[in-house]
Design a protein around this ligand. Structure first.
Ligand code: ASP
Length: 574
């Protein structure tokens, strides 16, 4: 139907007769008889000079033939790739009329997300989404190439499964053949990929859809895609190499620049220096240890397990209101409070609590934090984990640059703890229950109790990009005795273990190779490479924050007949 694409025409095409198809982006009167019609397709916009054209409205679908010429009066538009040329002597054929679009398609207008998603097919016409979805496609294709270069085999695992313990809530699907029973949708292909290893596949990968019924956020949807990989007879370092190859390939495919070596840091160091297990290393403002300095302090608020501080360059300008706001934030995150000190021109410290500190302590603060006139010091005293978390959050809130600034900082975070403690103080897996404990800490499995569980390290690792957790993985337990021991510590008795993943434990009895793997969130990687803060901008049909799809109206009730067939009855909720 067309000879060319709108965005590709240049002065070198002058004189050519072309046929273009697309949507009317804009129509402006040029003179009594002539109108400028900007025609848009996936490649860009071409200005067409149309005779009359009064019947052409925004978003009409048209086919225009004409001759490429230099723009009238040499008036080129430098902001447009096709800005030097236009189409003249045009013939226009209307292929589809269109109602006025529900919102303007320019990037400047802020449109409510519900409306955007209700009319996603119109929203998708925006250059930004056209670009983002192509970025995403490049990421997928580069990942496939990189994994295949490394001899990984793409294997599809089922969607209707028994539960996979990734720590989230399952989406479930009722069974018609076995009323009262349910399939779970996979939170990840975790167990199946491990079974592939028992099955001798050796190197598996999949760009897999995963579903987790968790609250939605800027970096989280109910369903997401991940590069899921597993390999046998490999070490942790081998996994880093595989994944490095894939993410470097994907980054190069999008940006044209191949990232260098990806550095690594232990979880312990990340928490101490950045107060986060996913440190954004694009900026400093690191947490500075002050516990020793205040070991004999008279100041009650500083009599604590741990004291750390951060320095905000130039932060002495913060108003009292802003400082109160930061203190409120810290309290709302579970902290007791926040001490702030402004650094005066003579490097003395100005703070409502300075009078409670000794001169040596104040001087020590200035020296340890290298405080310069005009800086602001923010100090938290509490239990170590709490101090790390609170200052880590403050650091991000105050210092995090926009996603498009500061380049791409990949980082491996290694040696994650094996367990976290839930509210009842019992251990729960920090990653998932198939993660191998750190070799040096296996003996602790026998002896640990209470908070001691937190000291057991694992062979689990995360890949972080600009403060986002891009993915996680681990060396797996391949011995059923160690697996049973870990499940026991998690309070999963033999019977429950057998019921939940007896098939995995059984499989391990038939010769399981040592294996390890990883998964990378494609949505997050694509968003960061596209320069987007919200993964919904790189997903064609995302859900809103409340998990709804305003376009299809999902989720919707089903009719009684269908419910009956499934053996279900809906209990009205208050
Ligand atoms: N299954 C894990 C996840 O989805 C990744 C892995 O351990 O390979 O987070």
């Amino acid at each position: 139907m067309r000879t060319d694409l709108c965005g590709n025409l240049r002065s070198s095409d002058i004189g050519r007769e072309v046929v273009l198809c697309g949507w009317v982006d804009r129509r402006r009167e040029h003179s009594e008889h002539l109108a400028f019609v900007d025609l848009r397709d996936r490649t860009g916009v071409m200005q067409c000079v149309v005779d009359g054209g009064r019947d052409l409205r925004s978003e009409y679908v048209v086919r225009i033939s004409g001759t490429v010429q230099e723009r009238h009066g040499g008036k080129s538009n430098e902001n447009l790739a096709t800005g030097e040329v236009e189409l003249q002597d045009c013939t226009v054929e209307v292929l589809s009329v269109a109602e006025p679009p529900p919102f303007p398609l320019d990037e400047r207008t802020d449109v409510d997300e519900n409306i955007r998603l209700r009319y996603r097919y119109v929203d998708l016409r925006k250059p930004r989404l056209q670009h983002n979805l192509r970025v995403r496609a490049k990421v997928n294709s580069a990942i496939r190439i990189a994994m295949e270069e490394q001899d990984f085999v793409e294997i599809e695992t089922p969607m209707l499964i028994a539960s996979t313990p990734e720590g989230a809530r399952d989406f479930v699907v009722p069974s018609r053949m076995k009323p009262g029973s349910f399939y779970a949708l996979p939170q990840s292909p975790q167990i199946f990929k491990q079974l592939c290893m028992v099955g001798g596949i050796d190197r598996y990968y999949q760009i897999a859809r995963c579903l987790r019924d968790e609250d939605l956020r800027a970096d989280r949807q109910f369903e997401f895609m991940q590069l899921d990989a597993e390999a046998s007879f490999v070490t942790q370092d081998d996994v880093y190499q595989f994944i490095n190859h894939a993410v470097r390939g994907a980054t190069e495919a999008v940006t044209g620049v191949r990232p260098g070596e990806i550095p690594s840091m232990t979880w312990h160091e990340a928490m101490e220096r950045f107060g986060s297990d996913k440190p954004d290393t694009r900026f400093g403002m690191e947490l500075t240890e002050l516990t020793e300095l205040f070991s004999a302090t008279e100041f009650n608020a500083f009599k604590a397990d741990c004291i750390k501080g951060i320095k905000v360059d130039g932060g002495a300008e913060y108003s009292r209101n802003q400082l109160d706001g930061l203190t409120d934030d810290v309290k709302s995150w579970g902290g007791k409070g926040l001490v702030w000190m402004k650094v005066e021109p003579d490097r003395s410290l100005n703070s409502p609590v300075a009078k409670f500190c000794s001169d040596a302590e104040l001087q020590g603060l200035v020296d340890t934090l290298d405080a310069q006139p005009g800086d602001l010091l923010l100090i938290v005293a509490d239990r170590r984990r709490t101090v790390q978390n609170l200052l880590g959050r403050l650091r991000i809130q105050i210092g995090r640059p926009p996603v498009t600034e500061g380049g791409l900082h990949f980082l491996w975070v290694t040696d994650f703890p094996l367990f976290e403690l839930n509210e009842a103080g019992t251990p729960v897996p920090a990653h998932h229950p198939f993660t191998m404990p750190h070799e040096d800490d296996i003996a602790l499995l026998e002896t640990a109790s209470g908070e001691g569980f937190l000291d057991i390290r694992s062979q689990a690792y995360d890949l972080v990009l600009n403060g986002w957790e891009l993915g996680s993985g681990s060396v797996r337990i391949h011995r059923s005795d160690v697996q049973q021991q870990v499940l026991g510590l998690l309070g999963i008795g033999d019977e429950e273990a057998q019921a939940k993943f007896g098939f995995l434990l059984d499989a391990f009895k038939y010769g399981a190779p040592p294996h390890a793997g990883f998964a990378i969130g494609i949505d997050r990687l694509a968003a960061l490479l596209a320069g987007e803060e919200n993964i919904r901008e790189v997903i064609a049909y995302p859900k809103t924050q409340t998990g709804a799809d305003p376009m299809t109206q999902a989720p919707t009730p089903i009719d009684d007949g269908h419910l009956q067939e499934l053996g279900l009855r809906v209990v009205p909720q208050d």
